[in-house]
Design a binder for this molecule. Structure first.
Ligand SMILES: [Zn+2]
Ligand SMILES: [Zn+2]
Ligand SMILES: [Zn+2]
Length: 89
């Protein structure tokens, strides 16, 4: 396997896809989002850092789940928050 930039990204063998195209946390509080990201540890889909609530980033910080995938249909990439590592798949 090629080196994707960090051990967290290298450990991803099957990329988790979003079960729902919405941020569950934003839906709860009646907020909106810009883009969606899917946690590669637990599979939850949350909003990106361009969104007002940055739920994916907060989730990564709070849980220690380091890697997200874009949940945008046309985008196929992974990102590791603690290592600031990015790769396409
Ligand atoms: Zn990493
Ligand atoms: Zn959100
Ligand atoms: Zn998670």
């Amino acid at each position: 396997m090629s080196d994707r930039g960090c051990s967290h990204l290298n450990a991803i063998t099957a990329v988790k896809q979003p079960q729902r195209r919405e941020c569950g946390e934003c839906v709860k509080i009646g907020s909106s989002w810009v883009h969606l990201r899917t946690c590669q540890q637990c599979g939850v889909t949350l909003c990106c850092d361009s969104s007002p609530n940055r739920h994916a980033s907060k989730h990564a910080n709070a849980t220690g789940h380091p890697v997200i995938a874009s949940a945008q249909p046309a985008e196929r990439w992974l990102y590791c928050y603690p290592d600031d590592a990015f790769c396409e798949y």
